[in-house]
Design a protein around this ligand. Structure first.
Ligand code: IPE
Ligand code: IPE
Ligand code: MG
Length: 236
């Protein structure tokens, strides 16, 4: 089985999962978190080297305050509760997004997990929180503009490699496979720069129901894809 080096997941459908059970939306987020814990372990066991998950978009701040507050508390609690097991499992935690704009309790817990797992050598777990693909490109453009203003680079030095180097995690290779649960066929501002040649897998399964078997189905589908990167494929 060809296992993707980097899988990125748009974990969508928590609200609908809860509504279908006659439960308030936050129950779906709590179940989504439990599921993420299983999927991180499953991905690591399968040999995936990088797992990026979309936990909260920059636009998700436009949701009702009660839902945003619940999610922020969940992030802080999860980051605190999982540190020991993440260490045991040799997981290296990183984050993508405007982390400095998060409530202090969330920011502190994420930074603690990131620092305390920084020397781990297993799967890299990249949590995209307060993340927007356009924001990431804007932030990269600002970094380059600052360098240009200081005279460190010239406009003609700006190429794809220079821009890539200013993304949140230039050391992480682009995703091979992007999974979106709950059936929406859109990108919702996720990893706009990095998904130039990613394969997409969209399933109607809602995120809390996306278990290890579903992950294996996605990876099997990926294995059947022919990636051409604009070239003519070798066997034609
Ligand atoms: C994804 O589930 C989680 C977040 C965006 C935080 P949703 O909350 O978007 O669930 P649906 O799409 O409303 O079902
Ligand atoms: C994308 O889902 C963001 C996350 C899964 C965190 P949304 O539910 O916010 O996306 P839209 O609004 O349906 O495009
Ligand atoms: Mg949604």
């Amino acid at each position: 089985m060809t296992v993707p080096t980097h899988i990125a997941i748009i974990m969508d459908g928590n609200g609908r999962w809860a509504t279908r059970q006659g439960q308030p939306r936050f129950k779906g987020h709590a179940q989504g978190y439990r599921n993420l814990r299983n999927i991180l372990k499953a991905a690591s066991d399968m040999g995936v080297k990088y797992l990026t998950v979309y936990a909260f978009s920059s636009e998700n701040f436009k949701r009702p305050k009660a839902e945003v507050d619940f999610l922020m508390s969940l992030f802080a609690e999860a980051a605190a509760a999982e540190l020991d097991s993440l260490k045991k499992e040799n997981v290296k935690v990183v984050a993508s997004g405007r982390i400095d704009e998060l409530p202090a309790k969330v920011r502190k817990m994420f930074i603690r997990d990131i620092e305390e797992t920084s020397t781990n050598t297993g799967i890299v777990f990249n949590i995209a929180v307060n993340y927007g693909g356009r924001n990431e490109i804007v932030d990269a453009a600002r970094k380059l503009a600052e360098k240009a203003a200081k005279g460190e680079i010239k406009p003609e030095d700006i190429d794809e490699a220079a821009l890539s180097g200013c993304m949140y995690h230039p050391e992480i290779p682009d995703p091979d496979l992007v999974i979106r649960t709950s059936g929406e066929i859109r990108v919702s501002n996720f990893l706009l720069w990095e998904i130039a040649y990613s394969e997409f897998y969209i399933t109607d399964i809602l995120w809390p129901d996306f278990n290890e078997d579903e992950l294996k189905k996605a990876v099997a589908a990926f294995g059947g894809r022919k990636r051409r990167f604009g070239k003519v494929s070798d066997d034609e």
